[in-house]
Design a binder for this molecule. Structure first.
Ligand SMILES: [Zn+2]
Length: 233
């Protein structure tokens, strides 16, 4: 329970950072962390993440049933549950609407050309999902199709989703994603974009694999030290 209260406070802190950095407006965004095999802490619906308190955060099981809490969980809980069911290595999920990254998601832009090393180092890659009506099963279904080998997703016409091995890891990936989107926007304005070559991106993936510790929970993400030679990008 000591750990749980630390994690509740960490969610509150990340909510404040998301709000102060304009990554969310009004009551947008949601945060969750896996605290055991079958338990999750998740943010409530209808609360600004900038003004959330630790007691407002809910504990639910992996089917979304309420364990403790007096509020309703985020309407996007199904999206979080889907991520955890697809990725046993993921322990925390952050969803926000950072304006520049979301702009790219509205434009239907996929970051398939690598221009910045931190995309590979920090995120693996950035995937663009199909549009789904918020709160419906369409959103987790769209996420499921792309979530298996990346830690950052742009949700078409909606926002962004980042995944991490802990809360700060997931949050920092949101910062990286928005920073990459801002820099990419500037290169679009400048009208020139030097894309890294296949051999340059190959070297970056090689370094990423060496940097990542062996993860016993990973079955076959393709990005960590568990990946075999033949699976390398
Ligand atoms: Zn959203």
């Amino acid at each position: 329970l000591h750990t749980e209260s630390i994690l509740r406070n960490e969610i509150v802190e990340i909510g404040k950072r998301l709000y102060s950095k304009d990554f969310v407006a009004s009551n947008d965004g949601n945060i969750s962390v896996r605290i055991s095999e079958n338990e999750l802490l998740i943010t409530p619906t209808g609360v600004s993440k900038g003004f959330m308190t630790a007691d407002q955060i809910l504990k639910v099981d992996m089917d979304g049933n309420l364990i403790t809490g007096f509020m309703k969980p985020t309407s996007e809980m199904k999206m979080h549950l889907k991520v955890y069911s697809c990725r046993s290595d993921v322990k925390a999920v952050v969803h926000a609407h950072p304006p520049t990254a979301t702009g790219f998601a509205v434009a239907g832009y996929s970051f398939d050309k690598i221009t910045l090393p931190e995309v590979i180092f920090n995120l693996g890659k950035i995937e663009l999902t199909e549009y789904g009506t918020p709160t419906t099963e369409q959103v987790p279904a769209a996420v499921e199709k792309k979530v298996r080998d990346c830690d950052a997703l742009l949700l078409a016409n909606h926002g962004a989703l980042t995944l991490g091995k802990n809360l700060m890891d997931a949050y920092y990936k949101m910062e990286t994603l928005e920073a990459v989107a801002k820099i990419t926007l500037v290169t679009k304005i400048l009208g020139k974009e030097n894309v890294l070559s296949d051999s340059e991106t190959g070297q970056l993936y090689e370094i990423r694999r060496k940097m990542q510790a062996y993860n016993p929970l990973c079955t076959n993400c393709g990005n960590c030290a568990n990946a075999s030679e033949t699976e390398k990008v």
